[in-house]
Design a protein around this ligand. Sequence first.
Ligand code: HEM
Length: 489
Amino acid sequence: KSSSNLSFPPGPKGLPVLGNLLDINGSQPWVSFTQWASTRGDIIYCELFGLQVIVLQSQKVAKALLEHRSSNYSDRPPISSTKAMGSEFNSAQLRYSDEWRLHRRIFHQSFRPKAVKDYLPIQLRKARQMLRSIMEAPERYQDHIDLFASSVIMSVVYDYEAKTNDDPLLLTADKAIKVFLEVASPQNSAILESFPFLLRLPSWFPGANFTRLAIQSQKNAAAMVDIPFRYARERAMTATSNHCMISESFKRLEARDNTDEFELALKSSSATAFIAGVETTASTLAVFVLAMMLYPDVQKRAQEEIDAVIGKEQLPTFEDRSSLPYVEAVLRETLRWHPVFPLGLPHYTTDSDVYNDHYIPKGAIVMGNIWAMSKDEVKYPDPYDFKPERFFVADGQLNGDTVDFIFGFGRRVCVGRYFADASLWISLVSLLATFRFMRPLDKEGKEVDPIFQWSTGLSSHPVSLPCRVVPRNPDTIAHKLVNVMDAST
Ligand code: HEM
């Protein structure tokens, strides 16, 4: 109970020290939180290693607090491991401060709706490159999807062409991100927050895994932030450079700006774009492939729409978007069916607050449970089924629900959402136009459900998902692709 006699929001009873850790499904905490919601309502309180955590289970309460009271809910929790891991550059972790505002301004200039239009030709070209690679080696389709997600960001941020998965700059970034993700899982973060000395143990000390990770991580992070930035800055001076986040930002640098501060913010936010934008995009496409395999009727209907509107002789372009409502609904349903960032990123209260007679302490971690919102049975009946039809109103028009809650809330809402939307749409429609996604076969040649694992940590997506990817119209599409590629490379 708080001093003012108000109660915390309801939640399960915890143990001293561990709090509610044992009540939580460690690899999918959002599922445990969602189960708690069924008996306790849409705002929940729990404790993890002494941290006070508020979970918001509905869009209504997330909007009421994170958006309408955003001045109190826009901070991020202080993470004691940030500096030790070398991740203090990460815009998404910055405290609510002038530094964060500068990062956000830089992002906004490059990723606001008007600015992202300039990137559409790059996104189209990268989607076509992905098709051609899948055509050549369909069994490695996941590598090609990953390369699409990372090379599209490398191009728009650094004007850098990453052509293969083992491109040196991509490997540098991948290495850094792998370590971050390992440490950033909610459980690890809670452990490090409570026992920061784990980061100070000498690296030879038995069990000093975190220290070893930290040393490695600092090196990886420095390389990931500096190397591509240096490349882009030099390239921006050349006559052949293309429009990208770095070159445009330098053009906007104003005389009154502090150059060093600006440059640090620019290189930090550029590296953040990679961290925040690659895995999320690739993961969403992996979820899409899974859905297409499990729901062949949906796949067929989307392909029939594409054939009817575009024909079998053409590949889709952004101009076709408004003529393909069913494909639009497939994209929305992919985002809703399995949100890849099921708890988003934690917000943090600047001050104590009272909401519907519940006391919310100062310095509490506040999470929007995007998973629970996507499984709201009133808004989305049969929420575990993949049904694009749910996005149509009676007269056959799309409804107004664009599932934007998967991008978070308030002042910390995802800054890359318009860009992500375009990347996802063009890749999804191009894949549907070109390939069929079918379940794997067993020894007798019978179709079986794919066997795979879900990733654990902050992001949730299928790992090593087996799928038979087969060209729909081998001759015509293959021919087109080669022509298109010849013209664009
Ligand atoms: C499917 C793709 C994506 C999804 C699902 C996604 C989702 C999210 C979510 C849930 C948040 C947390 C919002 C909150 O705190 O309430 C976030 C933050 C962020 N996203 Fe995305 N994102 C995606 C793609 C991207 C891309 C492509 C970029 C960059 C180009 C990007 C950049 C960021 C940044 C910088 C933040 C931190 C914002 C801040 O703390 O102020 N994201 N994203």
